[in-house]
Design a protein around this ligand. Structure first.
Ligand code: FAD
Ligand code: SF4
Ligand code: SF4
Length: 482
């Protein structure tokens, strides 16, 4: 250990941009054993590990780094999986520069952080290959059942923990495949789909029932679901896309990001996608403009490159330093041929109702900080430019749907942002026995936070269900005596 002075930081090899832009496979090849051991040995085994404080799951990072450095990968996997139900997924797609690695102290000494995410991925990938990822085998079965609405990372993490405790778990999802945004949002070049499918299969093999193509609130009422299960967990994510309100933004050829990404992911599964075949959601040969600066925008620009777009431009109204997307993803996109126009905001979509021909773009500058302390972008008058475009993708973020309306339960209390209100300790909503976790509570966030919340909510539901079972038993005992 402590080799950070003599051993330089090394990230896993990245496929060359001109090769990787031809397919949707992951761009990093992953560590080899010797690289994982050497990189882990750079850790200085801090007494107070700031990396763990930067990780939402509080992963025992120095412990599994030391075990990996010593080649004790099976033990490293045991430690790593004790706090996370999907370490190989977080290792791939967490924005580590803002989380664990952003808090690693050796960066401050100028030596570059430990490559925590890549080692985490390596450990669990090895565990899958070696058969160390064991089936979920509850020590005892419990009669109580839990219904989970939403098969994304939040719902799946909760299902893993609840089934391990012996509960009868059913997950409902309105899509035809489980995984939530891991399946239909995030593209394969960041997270290959077999990685998600493997986790779904593990839950199925443990006896978790997936009820797909089932929209709760439409196909089955929320009241019916509550009646059927002893407790319900809502992990429905946030899906109301923020819209563009510009002249021309309703023109044919202006499309929402998630629709575009879902179509691309469906094509990857071999599905027939009519709007893709028709060209509406296909960037091939087109001049593409993507509006937005978050992770979703980054996924759209890089998907368009892989669909063989004629050109791909990303418009963001602030500068590079202030963009919400991961810096690593911006760099990857630039390498792949995406042009970024910083301090640029769309003013109008050009063309007519049938066809987009371009976007009028205002130049912006950063003005005085707003209430949040962030510098507000303001227009530089008289400095507009017109960009030619055939496809405009709106990636402006997501808000929650109207949950009380959708579920026909006005009792469900929401925050002023429309997210579900829960007790921060118990994840319970104001409706007894109904819990919520993930994006529907936090607003659009990260996979690692959804996993964190799913795991915590499962623990809180266990406490609730245990107390409920004890109360019922006491009542039954009393009745039998009387
Ligand atoms: P979701 O993953 O959204 O899953 C919710 C599920 O609930 C869905 O399957 C949905 O079909 C289902 N559902 C909704 N309503 C109903 C209903 N009424 N009945 C039945 N089912 C329902 N995070 C990262 O950490 N790294 C990244 O690189 C990253 N990239 C992203 C890229 C994109 C394009 C997007 C959109 C997000 C990205 N995120 C990323 C964010 C991350 O995907 C989310 O924070 C995370 O998936 C939230 O998990 P969740 O379980 O709360 O919800
Ligand atoms: Fe880092 Fe994410 Fe892994 Fe935590 S879960 S150690 S933040 S990569
Ligand atoms: Fe190791 Fe960095 Fe964590 Fe310290 S902060 S324990 S050096 S990974």
């Amino acid at each position: 250990m402590l080799k950070f002075v003599t051993t330089p930081r090394k990230t896993p090899e990245k496929r060359a941009a001109e090769v990787r832009r031809e397919d949707f496979s992951e761009i990093y090849t992953g560590f080899k054993v010797s690289e994982a051991e050497t990189q882990s040995s750079r850790c200085s085994q801090c007494g107070v590990p700031f990396c763990a404080s930067g990780c939402p799951l509080g992963n025992h990072i120095p412990d599994w780094l030391m075990l990996a450095a010593e080649g004790r990968l099976d033990e490293a996997y045991e430690v790593s999986s004790s706090t996370s139900t999907m370490p190989e997924i977080c290792g791939r797609i967490c924005p580590q520069d803002r989380l664990c690695e952003g808090s690693c102290v050796i960066e401050q000494s100028g030596h570059g952080t430990v490559t925590i995410g890549a080692v985490e991925q390596f450990i669990t990938e090895t565990a899958w290959q070696e058969g160390w990822v064991k089936p979920i085998q509850p020590r005892r079965e419990r009669a109580q059942s839990v219904g989970i609405i939403g098969a994304g990372p939040g719902g799946m993490a909760a299902a893993d923990r609840l089934r391990s405790l012996g509960y009868q778990v059913t997950i409902y999802d309105r899509y035809d495949r489980a995984g939530g945004l891991l399946t239909y949002g995030i593209p394969g070049f960041k997270l290959e789909k077999h990685v998600v499918a493997r986790r779904v299969q593990r839950l199925e093999e443990a006896g978790v029932t997936f009820v797909l193509n089932t929209d709760i609130g439409k196909d089955i009422s929320f009241a019916e679901l509550r009646e059927k299960h002893d407790a319900v967990l809502v992990t429905t994510g946030v899906y109301k896309a923020r819209d563009l309100t510009l002249p021309g933004s309703g023109n044919n050829g202006v499309v929402p990001a998630l629709q575009y990404l879902t179509a691309s992911n469906r094509k990857g599964f071999g599905d027939e996608v009519i709007d893709y075949e028709s060209g509406l959601l296909n960037a091939e040969g087109k001049r593409v403009v993507v509006i937005g600066g978050g992770d979703t925008a980054m996924d759209c620009v890089r998907t368009a490159i892989r669909q063989d777009a004629a050109s791909v431009t990303c418009l963001y109204r602030r500068d590079r330093a202030n963009m919400p997307g991961s810096a690593r993803e911006v760099q990857n996109a630039e390498e792949e041929g995406v042009e970024f126009r910083w301090l640029s905001a769309p003013k109008a979509v050009l063309g007519d109702a049938n066809r987009v021909t371009g976007v009028r773009v205002a130049r912006m500058r950063l003005g005085a900080p707003d209430a949040s302390g962030r510098q507000a972008p303001e227009e530089v008058p008289g400095d507009d430019v017109e960009l030619e475009a055939d496809l405009v993708i709106k990636a402006l973020g997501f808000d929650p749907e109207d949950m009380p309306g959708l579920f026909g339960d006005p009792e469900l209390s929401i925050t002023r942002w429309g997210t579900l209100k829960v007790d921060p300790k118990t994840f319970q909503t104001v409706v007894p026995g109904v819990f919520a976790a993930g994006d529907i509570v936090r607003g659009a966030s990260l996979v690692v936070w959804a996993i964190h919340d799913g795991q915590k909510a499962a623990a809180a539901m266990h406490t609730h269900l245990t107390a409920e079972a004890a109360t019922k038993k006491a009542a039954a005992d009393l009745a039998s005596v009387a």
